[in-house]
Design a protein around this ligand. Structure first.
Ligand SMILES: [Fe+2]
Length: 403
């Protein structure tokens, strides 16, 4: 058992007891205790890990998949303290069914807070509404932040360093504040705990059919979507969208869903498109190790506003933000067997450009489109390519920055 966390746990317990274990008081007590004697200054992480591996006398452990991994370092019937390691982790946008506080013990993270306006329940586990970003900030090592349960605190974290380590002082659960919704921007909230086993198995069966190359796949999915309720239809669309788009049969399925559900279906297209974009960026998080690049990836993932992105880059890095972005683009541009890419923007196949000329043209076009104005003379000689590159960048996560 780690003596620092035992002492922290006891201190929080005593203070909370004096407040009669008031749920309202807990986030404040937990945040204050973390700030008074921060784990980032008082815990020797290597020694803690060694102790955890070699000493059997440890608090109760869970088998949950949250964290990479999660270690529980203090537990009591009223609350517990967990240490969460993050190797390439990005949390979904979520709310909590518990409360307390978290502390950045190692690394740093981009923390984004959201609000979900006009929620309309489709079922008890699925809502439509309008998710928008309230605030995005960089949390440096040593910072402590309160966690409130319920829909008033919707957030996500994007961890910049590997590993990042977070300490969470939290209640087990706060009755009445569930479900612990996960948000799919810009319009969907769903309960991730509610496992619809029939839908899960249907998705898995569809995956199997897809892999066999069955020519009746699209017709089957179209019939299902025409028959299923809104929530289950959404999950089938989400599951099959990648394959249906790749085979050019998405519109047929989508028309069926849209005809069946009318106006409510309008909220689904932007949500599904955003799922694809976010999944692509989150997957890159695992292969991009440079902290500056991860920082930029996190901004593209969460901040839907050019001026706010530029301001956050300007606060952290010297020089003009647009010049910094052009430099990062140059560092991240790659040519693979699957084409030339700058993040999720792919160099178009038409008009044809020799492979060795693609990266300089791509970077030149991006730099011009970031800054606006007239293209430089050397780039203006390729109007067809420039137009195609603008289309490619506008369809990617770069669109928020393009003039
Ligand atoms: Fe959280």
């Amino acid at each position: 058992m780690n003596s620092y966390f035992c002492e922290l746990g006891r201190r929080v317990y005593e203070r909370w007891e004096k407040e009669n274990f008031s749920l309202e008081a807990f986030p404040g007590i937990a945040t204050r205790a973390l700030k008074e004697k921060p784990p980032s200054k008082h815990v020797e992480l290597k020694a803690l890990m060694r102790d955890f591996l070699l000493e059997d006398e440890q608090p109760f452990q869970t088998t949950y998949g949250f964290g990479q991994p999660e270690l529980i370092v203090y537990d009591s019937p009223k609350f517990y303290i967990q240490l969460l390691f993050w190797l390439d982790g990005t949390t979904d946008i979520h709310q909590h069914g518990f409360s307390g506080a978290f502390h950045v013990m190692e690394g740093s993270s981009i923390h984004s807070e959201f609000e979900f306006r006009n929620p309309r329940p489709v079922t008890a586990h699925f809502r439509l509404g309008e998710l928008s970003l309230k605030k995005a900030e960089l949390l440096e090592r040593g910072v402590s932040v309160p966690i409130l349960s319920g829909g008033g605190c919707i957030h996500s974290l994007f961890h910049l360093e590997t590993p990042s380590v977070t300490v969470v002082v939290r209640t087990h659960s706060d009755p009445g504040t569930g479900p612990q919704f996960t948000y799919l921007p810009p319009h969907v909230a769903l309960d991730p705990v509610k496992e619809d086993a029939l839908t899960l198995r249907r998705k898995q069966l569809l995956d199997a059919i897809e892999r066999t190359g069955d020519p009746g796949f699209t017709a089957l999915v179209t019939t299902m979507v025409g028959k299923l309720d809104f929530e289950r239809g959404f999950f089938i669309l989400q599951n099959c969208m990648g394959h249906l788009r790749a085979t050019g049969s998405w519109h047929r399925v989508w028309r069926t869903f849209s005809k069946k559900h009318g106006k409510a279906a309008e909220k689904i297209t932007p949500t599904l498109t955003e799922i694809i974009r976010r999944d692509g960026l989150v997957a890159m998080r695992a292969s991009i190790e440079e902290v500056e690049h991860r920082f930029f990836l996190a901004l593209l993932l969460t901040v839907p506003d050019r001026s706010r992105i530029l301001a956050m880059i300007g606060e952290r890095y010297p020089g003009k933000p647009l010049t910094t972005i052009s430099r990062w683009a140059g560092e991240m541009a790659i040519t693979t067997e699957g084409g030339t890419w700058i993040l999720d923007a792919r160099f178009p196949e038409e008009p044809h450009v020799a492979e060795e000329e693609q990266i300089p043209l791509f970077l030149g076009a991006l730099d011009h489109l970031l800054k606006g104005g007239k293209p430089p003379a050397w780039l203006a000689k390729f109007p067809g390519v420039l137009k195609a590159l603008k289309d490619a960048l506008t369809e990617s996560s770069w669109r928020v920055l393009i003039r």
